[in-house]
Write a protein that binds this ligand. Sequence first.
Ligand code: PGA
Ligand code: ZN
Length: 428
Amino acid sequence: MSQIQSVRARSVWDSRGCPTIEAEVRLTSGVTGRAIAPAGASTGAGEAKELRDGGARLKGLGVDLAVSAVHEVIAPALMGMDIHDQSGIDAAICRADGTADKSRVGGNSTTAVSLACMWAASRHAKLPLWRYLSGSDEVGLPLPEIQIFGGGAHAKGSVDLQDFLAIPNGAKSFTQSLEWVAEVYHAAGKALTQQGKNLGVADEGGFWPQFGSNEGAIEALVTAIESAGFQPGRDVSIGLDLASTQYHDKGVYHWRSENRRFDRDQLLDLYNRWAHDYPIISMEDGFAEDDIEGMRAMTQVLGHRLQIIGDDFFVTHAPRIEERARLGACNAVLIKPNQVGTVSETKQAFDVAQRLQIDSIISARSGETEDVSIVHMAVGWGVPQLKVGSFSRSERMAKWNEGLRIEQDLGRCLAYPRAHLFPWLAKP
Ligand code: PGA
Ligand code: ZN
């Protein structure tokens, strides 16, 4: 047993050049653990609330209040606790905060401290974090979903949909998955540059394209998969994060880049056509965070041939996943630790998804850092898919590269990709 001796926090910088909070936990044994909270841009209303300083300095995004909250509120509540009691630690963090949405000390503070405790525990056990989390369970690497084009709130609305992703569903290992997607990423970039449509990269490292339409980006992705030498659908498929809460208002979905408006039925008709016309196997947040009817209808019509993910729709909140998935909304859950604010509550969300036999994808945020916690959580807990943005910028590559290290350490590929994923696709 080793006990928590101190918890320190500091303001560091994220991939958008904005402040974020890092926590460092020291144990009586002298071992330390460290973690950094990420930050979203297209956040769900039901997420744990960040604590930011407000005011003019740094556009109000300073985290000095959050750092003080760690030192004055969270740290005293954790002194002397057994580092291997993660659920007890997380319960103490929640009690110290005392609000339903972590708004007193901030979900950014709680996330950083909770993750730092997890790292300290694994280091005290002298195990890689993924192995500490898995115990003696067999583990495998997750299937990546990798952004090729970025849009929506991550690219100042150049197109309305947020993520156009490549999913290397035919690859035989994590290593091969990354190599295949690298070929697609570079093919897409080359084509954009030749057409004079490349405006740089969006927040998560995907190309920030100048397409005439949202559908034009899907077509360009199909072309990139083909010109990289892969068969769309068999080797590499497409995932979309529609992030529709961003363009939804009172039952109307409005794509500003094309000046098109849809009601629920029209949007579902369009998704249905896309699912038939393109090698799309996954769609995230196709309907807005409170449009339960839309998500239910989408799942009913397309759930047998499409992974239908809830992100803002579920906000990694176990009771909300349970309630809404039982109503027939979505067949997969996006898991983001900082949406709920502690490791234990994140695990609860994953456990509920497993109990309901729906798939899970652990995900980074658009504002990220060198922190690689989610890669270890994916492997250690057995989350079968991983989404960390695109294939450029070191806050993204740090996570892909960590997966490569773990795959090499494992020395073999266990049922990769997980056999149960995308059951409607013919397996070789
Ligand atoms: P966010 O976007 O981190 O800006 O919320 C990521 C996502 O929607 O998946
Ligand atoms: Zn999303």
